[in-house]
Design a protein around this ligand. Structure first.
Ligand code: GTP
Ligand code: ZN
Length: 212
């Protein structure tokens, strides 16, 4: 199918197939409650896969000095920045069912005094979540995107913690199992102390002591 297809046409074409699926399942797609369902499903699928059809968000960096901070090379250089508890929802590529949870992104600045816009990291998470995925690839793509961004960090660590509906509502029907996946780049590959520092920051007892 052409990628330049209009949004309206895309909804129409997907809805047509959803109507067929409902029929194959033994439903009557013309009954009152289902009449608009194919279009709703189409729009939901389009929204949840929007990352396939749009460019990745740019990570804006700004000079810390511009916001009155004097982050010297030494101070900034080894600072671990952690953006924790970013809530994500994605689509498992095996069953097209949602998997949802939290992603934590840590990076070590390179000491050039540049600070990354915090929301942009969340946008990167949302972008790579919006496509058929597996969680391992999701955390890897986020790590690579940050590693190759304007931040030019010394290293990145991305931790995903997700519940997969394909294992929750069908198949093994396990309501407790979570998948934790970790991607490390740069200094996090060799510096065990930095990795431990991130895990300590994520530790719930530590969290309580910080009154978060
Ligand atoms: N590692 C990994 N596995 C995933 C992810 N999402 C879904 N899966 C698993 O992908 C596998 C697909 O395996 P198949 O055996 O082909 O699918 P299936 O017959 O529906 O498997 P069951 O879920 O065991 O019934 C399943 O074990 C899923 O639990 C993910 O993000 N990462
Ligand atoms: Zn699945």
């Amino acid at each position: 199918m052409e990628t330049s297809i209009s949004q309206e046409k895309l909804v129409e074409e997907i809805a047509k197939r959803v109507r067929e699926i409902l029929e194959l399942l033994g439903e009557d797609p013309n009954r009152e409650g289902l009449r608009e369902t194919p279009e709703r499903v189409a729009r939901a699928l389009i929204e949840m896969t929007s990352g396939l059809r749009s460019p990745p968000p740019k990570i804006k960096v700004f000079n810390a000095k511009d916001i009155g901070e004097d982050i010297t090379e030494d101070e900034n250089g080894d600072q671990v920045i952690l953006i924790r508890d970013i809530q994500f929802s994605s689509l498992c590529e095996h069953h097209l069912l949602p998997f949802i949870g939290r992603i934590h992104v840590a990076y070590v600045a390179n000491g050039d005094g540049k600070v990354a816009g915090f929301s942009k990291i969340i946008r990167i998470v949302n972008y790579y979540s919006a496509r058929p995925q597996i969680q391992e690839r999701l955390v890897s793509q986020i790590a690579d995107a940050i590693m190759n961004s304007e931040i030019k960090p010394k290293g990145v660590m991305v931790i995903g913690n997700g519940i997969h509906m394909c294992a929750y509502v069908r198949g093994v029907k396990d309501k407790e199992a979570k998948l934790v996946s970790v991607a490390t780049r740069g200094v996090f590959k060799t510096n065990r102390a930095l990795v431990n520092q991130v895990f300590r920051l994520l530790d719930t007892t530590h969290e309580r002591s910080l009154r978060l």
